[in-house]
Design a protein. Structure first.
Length: 337
């Protein structure tokens, strides 16, 4: 065979093979966005901010990769099918374990109530006392990631929605399986700080930029965003980094313990390097309950009740509890190879 023909043949063969081969880095970060290292103000000094997110303080965070969307029902289904994993909401309840988080004089409830399930938002039909969440959050037997509203519900037409009813260890298990991890609060907030239209205290125009609760919470949702519950990923514009739903849709787990006084105990004169949060949990409203910080707000955040659809907003969620408005996304540290 002529030398020039051999060269052309080998060139074509190499070019076709390269189209089918991705580098390890490309495979590992598929569907993720790079967040560059930065020094920034974490938290808020706004007088309208909630106490646990004040005061602001300087932090420096190394660069990392973050999922461009929240983990979806379809993605979680792939994980469960590959590992036979059973989520916390699908497991039988252990009273001996449960009572450790409750006051010592708490009486054991009937066994009929100690069944697998999760907490679901059920919209009241009329105006109710806005200081009593038990009027709209209900424990529903049989509610879990497969059945978001209870046994009669399913995921038909919702495979591209964020997975919900995921306890902290359920999110960790998925992240480990993917070779990733959950973000620290500092990482999450850095990734979200380039978000658009996330300040409920300013006029951002008529365009709806996130899945939140419009109307009078909790009983009158005007659904201006087109969704009364979760929405499909990428239904709203991404932030400047190309990350979707950092605000609204579902709250997202971080690895930081929730301590309501943590920010106030920091040395404001010092810039923290890659902070990982408080050393222990503390919430005076539920002092026995271990909680992690969740970020970003959800489809239930409303200006008249809970304006937590802000990058600095932070609340705590019990690590062993699933909720119909809490999900997660993963991160990965810088890949050098």
């Amino acid at each position: 065979m002529r030398l020039d023909v051999i060269v052309v043949f080998l060139t074509l063969l190499f070019s076709f093979s390269c189209k089918d081969v991705k580098s390890d880095k490309e495979v590992l970060v598929a569907g993720m966005v790079w967040v560059p290292s930065d020094t920034y103000s974490m938290g808020s000094d706004d007088q309208r901010a909630y106490s646990p997110e004040t005061p602001s303080h300087k932090v420096t965070t190394k660069g990392f990769w973050i999922d461009e969307t929240e983990v979806t029902n379809l993605q979680y289904k792939e994980f469960v099918e590959a590992t036979d994993y059973i989520t916390v909401a699908e497991r039988e309840l252990d009273w001996e374990e449960l009572k450790q988080q409750l006051p010592q004089d708490m009486v054991k409830p009937p066994d009929s109530l100690l069944v697998p399930g999760s907490i679901v938002f059920i919209q009241p039909k009329e105006q109710v006392n806005p200081t009593n969440p038990s009027l709209w959050f209900k424990w529903v037997a049989g509610a879990n990631w497969r059945h978001p509203e209870g046994p009669e519900s399913n995921l038909e037409n919702r495979w591209d929605h964020p997975v919900v009813h995921i306890a902290y260890e359920d999110a960790e298990a998925y992240a480990d399986w993917k070779g990733k991890r959950l973000p620290t609060e500092a990482e999450w907030e850095l990734a979200a700080q380039s978000n658009i239209g996330t300040d409920p205290w300013s006029n951002v125009g008529e365009k709806v930029l996130a899945n939140t609760f419009q109307g009078i919470f909790p009983y009158k949702n005007s659904n201006e965003d087109g969704f009364s519950k979760t929405s499909p990923i990428k239904s709203f514009p991404p932030n400047e980094l190309g990350i979707y739903d950092m605000i609204g849709n579902v709250w997202e787990w971080t690895t930081d313990w929730y301590n309501t006084s943590y920010y106030k105990e920091l040395d404001a004169s010092r810039t923290m390097m890659n902070p990982v949060g408080a050393s222990s949990f503390y919430d005076p409203d539920e002092p026995y309950t271990p909680k992690k910080v969740i970020k970003g707000g959800s489809f239930l955040c409303a200006s008249n009740y809970c304006s937590n659809y802000r990058t600095s907003a932070r609340i705590g969620s019990a690590i062993d509890t699933g909720l119909s408005h809490v999900g997660f996304r993963c991160v990965k540290s810088e890949i050098t190879n």
